[in-house]
Design a protein around this ligand. Structure first.
Ligand SMILES: [Zn+2]
Ligand SMILES: [Zn+2]
Length: 404
């Protein structure tokens, strides 16, 4: 077994992992520019022989570790660095000092674990053939940070730098079993696009509806038609989710408004359905409004594509988890999750996988834990060394043998 010392080495740096994670947690940053977080990482890894590259669009950085055993494959490991615009209610003594900003998606832990993997792999650099690229990425929470880093050429495919041969990432989940990894080949997470429909009619007195063009019943009809569309136009074997999450119209009880607005999200697990959902929403909104002689303007805000994991990359992760942590450490998930993740952009270019890591506290009923994006979301930091060993392990295994 090549990886037998990885977990011991990761446990030995547990204190550093906690320190870095807490420092990032206490000072969360939003969006594509997370300079303080980047600087914390660079300071923590300043003693390592890494080559750092930064792009123009974001504060994302790629640090390259060259193996000492000659030319070979290239593997990318990714950690996201950004937080969410929401208050923190954990009561932790290292809770966010930035009011209204919180690391509620575990990206603080992802960044610390990636830094830990760089530490472990740098110690083994002499035995590595090829190179490891550590992608510290901002702007995951809806900001397309991974796409910008790719467009900036940081991942390769431009200026003579080739794309990596494989890519891996972790995402923590507090409401999953302590220390257990999960993954699945094929679609892991959904494509998520946003829609906004504005129905325009003609307002007037609520007692004289026939003299108005009332947008409210039309908005209701569109909501119902969209739900019928989901069940009548899409196969249950390639599921989609469409949720209308906001309806807004009117100001008081006796005035018919001029406009009504509908907003929601649509999720799909294939690029075909993603395109069809957009077409169908447009057709139905325009058609229903048109049938009543009103108009509907439809705006689609593009989110992330489907996160598709490579079968061989998932098998490699499963094998490495078994070798490092023993049987039962890796669960194959039956179903995808309809959330979305911008690591999808990386996996569109490079075969690889994202694995989930359960960070509930040991012995705790994980089904009752606050999930990600909760103001009370917490993680068991003692799981972080497992994440570090897993990241380092998949990189080491891929450089040694590829996907075999
Ligand atoms: Zn998130
Ligand atoms: Zn996340």
């Amino acid at each position: 077994m090549a990886h037998e010392k990885l977990i011991e080495d990761a446990q030995a740096i547990a204190g550093e992992l906690v320190t870095l994670r807490r420092a990032i947690h206490a000072e969360p940053e939003l969006g594509l520019h997370t300079p303080k977080t980047r600087d914390k990482v660079r300071t923590a890894l300043a003693h390592l022989p890494l080559e750092w590259t930064e792009g123009a669009s974001t504060t994302g950085v790629v640090a390259v570790l060259k193996g000492g055993a000659g030319e070979g494959r290239s593997v990318l490991l990714r950690g996201d660095m950004d937080a969410l615009p929401m208050p923190e209610e954990t009561g932790l003594d290292f809770a966010s000092c930035n009011e209204g900003v919180m690391h509620a998606c575990g990206h603080d832990a992802h960044t610390a674990m990636l830094a830990g993997a760089a530490e472990l792999l740098a110690r083994r650099a002499e035995t590595l053939k090829g190179e490891v690229r550590f992608m510290f990425q901002p702007g995951e929470e809806g900001h397309h940070g991974a796409r910008y880093m790719i467009e900036d050429g940081l991942l390769g495919g431009k200026d003579g730098l080739s794309l990596p041969d494989a890519a891996f990432a972790l995402h923590v989940f507090p409401n999953a079993p302590h220390g257990v990894f999960g993954g699945r080949p094929g679609s892991l997470l959904a494509a998520a696009d946003q829609f906004r429909i504005t129905i325009t009619g003609k307002g007037g007195h609520a007692s004289l509806p026939h003299e108005t063009m009332d947008p409210i019943p039309i908005a209701c009809e569109i909501v119902s038609a969209l739900q019928a569309m989901v069940t009548r136009k899409f196969s249950v074997f390639d599921p989609v989710v469409l949720t209308v999450a906001r309806i807004e119209a009117g100001t008081t009880f006796n005035v018919v408004p001029d406009k009504a607005e509908i907003e929601g999200t649509m999720r799909s697990l294939s690029s075909e359905n993603r395109a069809r959902l957009r077409e169908q929403v447009q057709r139905i909104a325009a058609g229903v409004a048109g049938a009543h002689e009103l108009t509907a303007d439809i705006e689609i805000v593009e989110g992330f594509p489907v996160t598709v994991c490579d079968e061989q990359a998932v098998s490699l992760g499963e094998r490495v988890a078994g070798e490092i942590f023993g049987e039962g450490a890796f669960l194959r998930l039956d179903d995808p999750i309809m959330g979305a993740e911008d690591f999808a952009y990386v996996l569109e270019k490079v075969p690889g996988a994202m694995f989930f890591l359960g960070v509930s506290h040991e012995g705790e009923d994980w089904t009752q834990c606050c999930g990600i994006h909760s103001t009370r979301m917490m993680i068991d930091e003692s799981v972080m060394p497992r994440g570090v060993a897993m990241l380092a392990g998949v990189a080491e295994a891929f450089l040694a043998r590829g996907f075999d």
